[in-house]
Design a protein around this ligand. Structure first.
Ligand SMILES: Nc1ncnc2c1ncn2[C@@H]1O[C@H](COP(=O)(O)OP(=O)(O)O)[C@@H](O)[C@H]1O
Ligand SMILES: [Mg+2]
Length: 338
C-alpha cells in the first residue's frame, strides 16, 4: 500500500497522543468497571487493551470518545482535556470500530464509508472520492463493492468497510473494540496482517481492545493488561510483557507458551553478536536482519545448526547462537515504554 495514499487526498493530519490520568469509572449500580488508571499512548502508536471479560476494556475505550463519562480522572488528546470539548465534535475526530461493525444495513457500502464526511458537510464529489480511496486502501474494489449493501458482503469484508468508515474523515485517533473477533481464525489472521500494513501506511494513534493474547502481541506496539475491577496490571511492549510479566496474574494471562510468543515478537538483532567471532560463518544457515528470534530458531532446527548468520541485503552482518535465543532480553535492547 502506498504510504502517501491518505495524504494525497489533502485530508492528511497528524496522529495525536493520548494521556490517561487517574481515570476511573464506577457505574451507578456501584460496579467498579475501571479502577484508577494512568498511562500514555504516544502519537502514531498502537496500544492494545487486554484482559479477561469484565475487566473494563470496553468501558475504558468508550471513555476516550466520551460515549461513557469517567467518574474521575482526566483524559487528554494532544494535551487538551476532552471533558472540555463538545462530545459530537470530539467523536468526529475519533474513528470507532466495533465488533460486527454496526454498518447501516439500508445504505450502500460507499454511503456507509462516507458517513462522517457527510456529517462534516463535505461536497458530494469529495465524499465519493474519499470513500472510494478508502475502500481501495482496505482492499475492496470500489467499482465492485461500492454500490452493494452490507448483507451482500462477507463478515471479513464488512469488517474492512468498518475500518474504512472509521478512517474516512482522517481521524487523529482510532478506537477499535474487538474488531476482528467475530470472524473465523483464518480470516482474522488475514485481517490482522492487512491491518498492520494499513497502520504502517497511515500511522494513526490506535487503541485496540482484544481478549486474544496472540492478537495483542501481533498488533501492539505496547500492551495494557487489565485485571479484576479494571486495575492496570502492566503496561509494556510485547517482548517485555512476555519475558517479564509483572505479576502472577499477568503471567497466567499471557500463558504457558509465552516463551515462544516472545521469540515471535523479538527482532533477531537483539540477540545478535558481531560477525568475526565465528570462523565457519559461511556454513551457517541465514536469516534476514528483519527476522524474529522465532525465525532464527526455525532455521536452526531445520538445518540442525547451533548458529545462524544474520544477513542484511544478503551480506552477513552478525550471528545468533541457539543459547542467545533463550536469554531474557536486556532492558536496553527492547523499547521500555517510557
Ligand atoms: N452500563 C453498565 N452498568 C453497570 N455495569 C456495567 C455497565 N457496563 C458494564 N458494566 C460492568 O462493568 C464491568 C466492565 O465491563 P466492560 O468494560 O464491558 O468489560 P470488558 O470490555 O473488559 O469485558 C463489568 O463488570 C460489567 O458487567
Ligand atoms: Mg468489551
Amino acid at each position: 500500500m502506498d504510504a502517501t495514499a491518505i495524504n494525497d487526498s489533502g485530508a492528511g493530519r497528524d496522529a495525536a497522543s493520548i494521556s490517561i490520568e487517574n481515570v476511573g469509572k464506577v457505574y451507578p449500580d456501584g460496579t467498579v468497571a475501571v479502577g484508577d488508571i494512568s498511562f500514555e499512548v504516544p502519537a502514531g502508536e498502537l496500544v492494545v487493551l487486554i484482559g479477561p471479560s469484565g475487566s473494563g476494556k470496553s468501558t475504558l475505550l468508550r471513555m476516550l470518545n466520551r460515549l461513557i463519562e469517567p467518574s474521575k480522572g482526566t483524559i487528554r488528546i494532544d494535551g487538551a482535556d476532552i471533558a472540555a470539548q463538545d462530545p459530537t465534535e470530539l467523536r468526529r475526530q475519533i474513528g470507532y470500530v466495533i465488533q460486527n461493525v454496526g454498518l447501516f444495513p439500508h445504505q450502500t457500502i460507499r454511503t456507509n464509508v462516507g458517513t462522517v464526511p457527510h456529517l462534516l458537510g463535505w461536497k458530494k464529489k469529495r465524499i465519493r472520492d474519499r470513500s472510494d480511496e478508502l475502500l481501495e486502501l482496505v482492499g475492496l474494489d470500489p467499482t465492485r463493492y461500492g454500490a452493494r449493501y452490507p448483507h451482500e458482503l462477507s463478515g471479513g469484508q464488512r469488517q474492512r468497510v468498518g475500518v474504512a468508515r472509521a478512517l474516512a474523515a482522517d481521524p487523529v485517533v482510532l478506537l477499535m473494540d474487538e474488531p476482528f473477533s467475530a470472524v473465523d481464525p483464518i480470516v482474522r489472521g488475514r485481517l490482522q496482517e492487512e491491518f498492520l500494513r494499513l497502520q504502517a501506511a497511515v500511522r494513526k494513534t490506535i487503541v485496540l481492545v482484544t481478549h486474544d493474547i496472540d492478537e495483542a502481541v501481533r498488533l501492539g506496539d505496547r500492551i495494557v493488561v487489565l485485571g479484576e475491577n479494571g486495575h492496570l496490571l502492566q503496561y509494556a511492549p510485547p517482548p517485555e510483557l512476555l519475558s517479564r510479566p509483572a505479576t502472577d496474574a499477568v503471567r497466567d494471562f499471557v500463558g504457558a507458551d509465552r516463551g515462544i510468543r516472545r521469540l515471535t515478537v523479538t527482532p533477531v538483532r537483539t540477540a545478535m553478536r558481531p560477525i568475526g567471532q565465528d570462523a565457519d560463518v559461511d556454513r551457517f544457515p541465514t536469516v534476514d536482519i528483519s527476522a524474529s528470534l522465532y525465525d532464527a530458531l526455525a532455521e536452526m532446527l531445520t538445518a540442525d545448526a547451533l548458529n545462524v548468520a544474520v544477513t542484511e541485503k544478503g551480506i552477513p552482518v552478525g550471528t545468533v547462537s541457539r543459547s542467545a535465543l533463550f536469554e531474557a532480553p536486556k532492558r536496553d535492547t527492547v523499547p521500555t515504554g517510557s
